[in-house]
Write a protein that binds this ligand. Sequence first.
Ligand code: BES
Ligand code: MN
Ligand code: ZN
Length: 493
Amino acid sequence: MKYSIKNTALDADHIQAVILAIFEGGKLSPAAESADKQLQGEISKLIRLGDLRGNFGQTLLLHKGERRIILVGCGKAEEINERRYKQLCRKVVPLLKEIAADSVLNELTEVALPGRDLYWNIRFAIETTEQAFYAFHRFKTRQKDEAKAPKEMIFSVADKEANSAQQAILHGTAIASGIKQARDIANCPPNLCNPAYLAEQALALAEREARIHTRILGEQEMAELKMNAYLAVSRGSANEAKLSVIEYKNHPDPQAQPIVLIGKGLTFDAGGISLKPATDMDEMKYDMCGAAAVFGVMNAIAALNLPLNVIGMLAGCENLPDGNAYRPGDILTTMKGLTVEVLNTDAEGRLVLCDTLTYAESFNPRAVIDIATLTGACVVALGQHNSGLLSDNDQLAHAIENAAQQADDKAWRLPLSEEYQEQLKSNFADLANIGGRWGGAITAAAFLSNFSGAYPWAHLDIAGTAWLQGAEKGATGRPVSLLVQYLINLSEQ
Ligand code: BES
Ligand code: MN
Ligand code: ZN
């Protein structure tokens, strides 16, 4: 959909539908009030009749001449928050799918959110609407969703707010499209989306964007770099591991230190010899959601033309049991030189990431953030609404927490102090790859921290936030919004 702003009222000719906010008790928002006047009291009549009460989530569709009026109950004005606002934006989408309107004036942005401004209302409206229209029908040969989105959504904006509204449209559309890219590759089945597929996407992105160059490291290059932990995980798979290095160069100073984003890209994680149980194992195609998010972010920052140097790495790999697979008991010598005793082959993400973190040193990064569906323990600790944030660098952690709050893409910091290293002791090697029963999200991050000492580093565990289960099974595209926000903030410093 296209988004635009207009200093307009409902009477502009080309507007075929308008979305208006009604509060509990039939209180009209300013735009609803002026629409009511133009419509000769049509809306207040519905309130009098008792059909329109403005209860949260109520929707009514009426037709007036050639125009559709979508009335949205917003509940109590003082109860509106980010979550409720997004729910309202989503609520409208089934109606928009039903009607054939090409251009829609969206007046929901009038709804006031504490601590937010019009910029945020427009940006969240765009992100939420795009996400609600999303469907992954690439492999459906029947029953494709016929519903089509309107061509254009218009926000009415006073002249003095036009600049920030335009900014919101720019940011919102770039982030929404990054989220869509992330969801598309994440939802792709693992027989198609393997490490080579991730690499193809990374190469195709460089074809599209002049400021992006992509290099692929295959197993031979990894062997030359002594990335033995990464390679060990891949040994059970017939699909070659591929590390995609996507370089975005757009800082006014070409020598400026880059931000490095590393995405765990396990295109399937069966657990290896420490095989996972069968239930829900299909969901382990989503073990590449970190890589998918990094891919989405690289798309978005290119669309935004952010004046930064950013390197995105997709650490593609597959973890399967096989006669050639690595085993519990194996001792691996990492690229950094530290040895690791494998006690569970299902703790593979940290093995892939530790060598990638070491490789990242060669880029002299300003900061490194890794994004990984790393532990079930993180889901136990935080549930499905907050990504886990772990970092030994307060400044970087605060910057990420701020971005999470701004983008409403929640993250919660977990502690990462040196006591946790005790749990990673091995009798035979420098480190064990698992830390026992307690604090699994933390001990996983503690493991990684042994490899990230050369630069400011943070880790986002997205095991609970990257996809939804059950009837709505599918990738969420998180935390693209958080990461793009972090980079926008850096570019504005
Ligand atoms: N990819 C999984 C983590 C995961 C599991 C994410 C379930 C989302 C849902 C990771 O590779 C893994 O298997 N981790 C193990 C670590 C354990 C062996 C220490 C886990 O969380 O069980
Ligand atoms: Mn695993
Ligand atoms: Zn995994």
